[in-house]
Design a binder for this molecule. Structure first.
Ligand code: PSU
Ligand code: MN
Length: 303
């Protein structure tokens, strides 16, 4: 037993009885999306996992404990700006625990909690990765190293389009992270269905993905990324995307964003510049990813 971990009853029962479980991160809710959409999205993601026949387990840190299966009121408390919840990567957990800290977990932080709880599937919107200009800033998300050393199937719409996508794909290769497109041979571009990069592998169904993951983990300690493109009807217009990207970089430079604030600042400026269109796109893609993850988790449990 891990004394810092609270796996809530519904999740623990599901794991014990071999049902599918999907870990969901909380940074997207607390630091990635504006109010009140953030809590609506969190609820919609949990509903999508359930509709697919699996049990959702939203992860966060409450009162210095890692909770796997946050209640709606706990999540609302974390999302309340007055709580000042920290953004916690895996390396932050040890220091945050036992001090009554409140925090949201990133993909890296959520994967660490999921592994401790025995959950093999997680969903998010877009992974973190190599930032543009990383050759001088060294800014590369800890999500990548977490994926390299965690046996999990992660459903995401690729990596966030604010990143250097080509460099991130090279790093995923180096780190031994398997990448498969879900019904596509193109790497998704988060708010856009196609990032402009091709993929070597694709799968046609959740069943296919579950089977490939079982074989992957027999030979690798790393994760498999199931890259699920945003639905075309929800994708951002390409020229709006390009303009918003430029505005977001200008804003990040103006405020001198660094470290863990870089991504939230870029996403917030994207939302402001696109008059909320990026928020609607982010909502649609993450809910779809949660549903697909639920489907894969249910099939994995059945195998
Ligand atoms: N996906 C989204 N929105 C987000 C994130 C993912 O659609 O805000 C979060 C995840 O928690 C991811 C984090 O781990 O962004 C990456 O942050 P950074 O670039 O600082 O590593
Ligand atoms: Mn960073």
């Amino acid at each position: 037993m891990n004394p810092w971990l609270d796996v809530r009853d519904e999740v623990a029962d599901a794991l014990k009885s071999g049902r599918g479980v999907v870990a969901l991160e909380s940074t997207i809710v607390v630091h990635g999306l504006p109010e009140p959409t953030n809590l609506e999205v969190a609820r919609a993601c949990e509903d999508a996992v359930r509709e697919a026949g699996a049990v959702p387990a939203t992860v966060g840190v409450v009162d210095g404990r890692v909770v796997v299966g946050l209640t709606p009121s706990e999540l609302a408390h974390l999302a309340d700006p007055s709580t000042k919840a920290a953004k916690l990567s895996s390396r932050d957990l040890g220091l945050a625990l036992g001090r009554g800290a409140h925090g949201a977990t990133t993909v890296a932080g959520t994967l660490a909690a999921a592994r401790a709880a025995g959950i093999a599937v997680m969903a998010t919107g877009g992974l973190g990765g190599v930032h543009r200009g990383a050759t001088s800033t060294y800014d590369e998300s800890a999500d990548l190293t977490a994926l390299s050393k965690t046996s999990a199937l992660v459903v995401a719409s690729g990596v966030k389009s604010i990143l250097d996508i080509g460099a991130t794909l090279e790093r995923l290769d180096t780190l031994g992270v398997a990448v498969a497109g879900y019904r596509t041979s193109r790497f998704p571009g988060f708010y856009l269905a196609d990032s402009g990069f091709a993929l070597d592998w694709r799968v046609e169904s959740a069943e296919d993905a579950a089977r490939a993951f079982v074989a992957h983990r027999a030979f690798n300690a790393s994760a498999m990324l199931l890259a699920n493109p945003i639905a075309l009807a929800s994708a951002l217009d390409e020229s709006l995307h390009a303009a918003a990207l430029a505005a977001a970089f200008a804003e990040a430079e103006r405020v001198g964003a660094s470290g863990k604030e870089v991504t939230p600042v870029l996403l917030a400026e994207f939302a402001r510049f696109s008059a909320g269109a990026s928020v609607a796109a982010n909502r649609d893609l993450v809910v779809a990813n949660a549903g697909l993850a639920g489907d894969v988790a249910a099939r994995l449990a059945a195998q």
